[in-house]
Design a protein around this ligand. Sequence first.
Ligand SMILES: C[S@@+](CC[C@H](N)C(=O)[O-])C[C@H]1O[C@@H](n2cnc3c(N)ncnc32)[C@H](O)[C@@H]1O
Length: 298
Amino acid sequence: MTQLPNTVLSQVSPFPGKGLNNLVLSNSAFENFRKYIYDSCGIYFQDNKKYLLESRLMKRINFLGMNSYDEYFDFLRFNSGNKEEIKYLYEAITINETFFFRNQPQLDALVTNVIPGIIASKGRSNNKIRIWSAASSSGEEAYSIAIIISDLIKPKYPSLDFEIIGTDINNAVVETAKTGIYREYSIRNTPGYYLKKYFKQSGSAFEVNSEIKKYVSFKILNLYDDASMRMMTNFDIIFCANVLIYFDTKSKIKVVSNLYNSLNNSGYLFIGYAETLHMISKAFTVVSFPKTVGYKKE
Ligand SMILES: C[S@@+](CC[C@H](N)C(=O)[O-])C[C@H]1O[C@@H](n2cnc3c(N)ncnc32)[C@H](O)[C@@H]1O
C-alpha cells in the first residue's frame, strides 16, 4: 500500500518531558535572526513578518526544549558549522505552497513554442533537453512538466530525451518530492485524464507513476549559494516560480544573475505569475505567450 511521506513534524522530540512554551521574540533577537537568515539564504523577513517568524521558530525551539530565542540563536550559530541545525531552520521558515498544474499558460507555452524552438535550435531532435525546477518545493511543478512533455511532446519527437532536476532548500519537501506521493490537495488542479494515465491511487494517496518518475530527480540546493549555483549548468529551461517574492532586491539580482549563467543560449527562464524581472535584470529578452511571458537568454 502507498505510504504518505513523513514530515518533520513527525520527529520525536529529544526532550519529551518539556511542555510547549509561549516565547516572545524580542526586537534584538528578531534582528539577529533576520540577518542570519538573509545572509545564508536570501530570504528577507520584513518588519510585518516578525510574528510569522516568531511562531515558525517557536515550534522548533519548543521541540528542542529551549527557553528563549537567544538560546536557539546561539545553538544555531554553533551548529550550522556542521550544517545540521540550519537544515531544520530552513524547514521551519520556508513557505512551500505548490500544486500540480499551477501555471497552465507556462506549460502551454512549453508545448506550443518553447520546446519545439529549442529542439529546432539544437538541430537534432534526439539531443537531451535539460530543465530545472528551481525551488521545486515538494515536486509538483517538476512532475507536471514531465507529464506534459511525455503526453504532448514525446509523441511528436519520439527520440527526444529530456531530464528535469528539481531543487529546494527545504530537506523535508525534497524528501516528499522523491517519493512522488501526494494528497488530494496537491492534485486538485490536475486534469482527470492525466490523473488516470500518470498516477496510481491508493486510498487518499496519489503516486506519480514510474514512466514519469524516470525523467525527474531532486536534490537540496540553496539558490543563494554561489558555489552551488555554479554547479548548475547547461539548462535549456529554468522554472524559478514563487520564490523571488521572499527575497529583497539585492538577493533577487544575485539569484537571477546566477540563473542566467545556468542557462544555455536560447534558453528560457519562467518565474511566478505575480513576479517580474523589472528592475532585477536587463539581460533577458521578454517573450510574450498567451497569458504569460518567458525570459529568453539570446
Ligand atoms: C512557494 S514555494 C514555490 C514552489 C513552486 N516553485 C511553485 O511555484 O509552485 C517556494 C519554495 O522556495 C523554496 N526556497 C526558499 N528560499 C530558497 C533558497 N534560497 N534556495 C532554494 N529554495 C528556496 C522554499 O523552500 C519553497 O519550497
